[in-house]
Design a protein. Structure first.
Length: 432
């Protein structure tokens, strides 16, 4: 049977199954096994099906995912997210749009221990939105700034999406995490500048909060020592070579639990709940990973990555033209898929294209994660917007999209900067 016909049929079947609401991991696994069976026989296909899930679930390298997820759930359950917001608000709340700035700063801090954009957006929909509404911030701005701040969860270390990208492409996850620091700080600075511009252009649109005294500010800072210590310990340990990314994840999860227990913020029942939440999320990610690996065997035997590489490089668009085409694809996919599914499904196909064009794989990891996150907030669908809607039930979807438009423009400008100056992503990893 012709490999190209089987490959095209496989992708048609895959997207049909996903449109029928079959879980992404199961859809990829089904298509992968059936397609592999059609090409090489169902005996070898069933052997792959029996072996891949066990090998994936017992691979020590994948342990970084559940451990960092556990660190994030413990930090959230112990109230660290609320402390971050109150500390940021103490310093920024008196400015025009200050509560929005505080939300961005708090999202960045929480992203540094949660690694998930969905978790960050959901958490601050509950923490920051009521406070902004209490000071008469517009609904559009309040939800838009939370949607934008949520995307920091996949850029700043320890990003779960970057961890998955590293496992698929066999890149050093420690270097990817370090590479995300400068782009992440740039994202924070540009979001804060966007809020400042909105407040300057429309002075009556964003109110000012109450100015906190220095005593109140110092008290708020003392409340976030735990998160600061945890972040420096985990990231500093990786950058300094004290431990591997997997060991860093274990130390981070253990450190978060010890801090929460020492501060009497986490009971035994809450600890069990954190473990269960981390296991549920990890199980969902591993189901997608296993399905992707099975689908990867199908891609390999049909030589789909090689065919896609030949096709894109023959278009005569140049290396940056091909990159723009790939990024446009991610923006479209962001309307129908979450970040994890997009990365797992597409990276095995586009990564050979990128390496053949001579792009740095670490730099590309940062660029593509930022593009994926942009795809999750831009109109007309934006998956992260629906996460906010599920928490803030009194706001319309259209209102959130109106609020997020200035930040979408900011994201596009940031991507242009990072593409024009790759050193912003590669300088820190080059010194590890």
């Amino acid at each position: 049977m012709d490999a190209s016909v089987v490959a095209i049929g496989g992708f048609v079947l895959l997207f049909t199954l996903m449109l029928l609401r079959m879980p992404v991991g199961l859809a990829m696994g089904t298509v992968g096994v059936v397609g592999f069976g059609l090409m090489s026989g169902f005996g070898p296909a069933l052997h792959v099906l029996a072996e891949s899930p066990i090998r994936t679930a017992t691979d020590a390298g994948f342990a970084v995912i559940p451990l960092f997820l556990l660190m994030g759930t413990i930090a959230s359950a112990s109230g660290m997210s609320a402390e971050l917001f109150h500390a940021a608000n103490a310093f920024l709340g008196h400015r025009r749009g200050g509560l929005g700035m505080a939300t961005i700063a708090a999202c960045a801090g929480f992203a540094a221990i949660s690694g998930s954009s969905v978790a960050t957006a959901a958490t601050f929909s509950a923490v920051a939105y009521p406070e902004m509404r209490r000071y008469n911030y517009p609904q559009s701005f309040s939800t838009g700034v939370i949607a934008a701040g949520g995307t920091l969860g996949s850029i700043l270390p320890p990003s779960i999406v970057l961890a998955v990208y590293s496992l698929i492409t066999e890149q050093d996850v420690g270097k990817l995490y370090i590479a995300g620091i400068i782009p992440g700080l740039l994202a924070i600075a540009m979001y804060l500048a966007t809020i400042t511009v909105i407040g300057g252009v429309r002075p009556g649109f964003l109110p000012r909060g109450e100015r906190s005294s220095w005593a109140e500010r110092l008290s708020a800072v003392r409340g976030v020592w735990a998160i600061s210590l945890l972040f420096l310990f985990v990231i500093g340990g990786m950058y300094g070579g004290a431990f591997t990314p997997t060991e860093a994840a274990a130390m981070g999860a253990g450190g978060a639990w010890l801090i929460a227990v020492a501060r009497r913020r986490l009971s035994f029942a809450q600890t069990l709940d954190c473990l269960l939440r981390a296991v549920r999320t990890s199980a969902a990610i591993f189901a997608i990973l296993i399905g992707a690996l099975l689908f990867g065997y199908f891609l390999t035997i049909t030589q789909t990555p090689q065919e896609v590489t030949r096709f894109l490089t023959s278009l005569g668009l140049g290396r940056y033209g091909v990159l723009a085409l790939i990024m446009l694809m991610y923006l479209v996919l962001g309307c129908v898929m979450d970040a994890m599914a997009m990365i797992i499904l597409t990276i095995p196909i586009v990564f050979p294209v990128i390496t053949s064009l001579g792009f740095d794989p670490i730099w590309f990891g940062i660029i593509i994660v930022m593009t994926v996150e942009l795809g999750l907030i831009h109109p007309p669908v934006g998956m992260n917007v629906f996460v906010i809607k599920s928490v803030v039930r009194d706001v319309k979807i259209g209102t959130v999209f109106i609020g997020v438009i200035p930040f979408v423009i900011t994201d596009i400008l940031r991507l242009i900067i990072l593409i024009s100056f790759p050193i912003l992503s590669t300088w820190l990893p080059s010194h590890m």
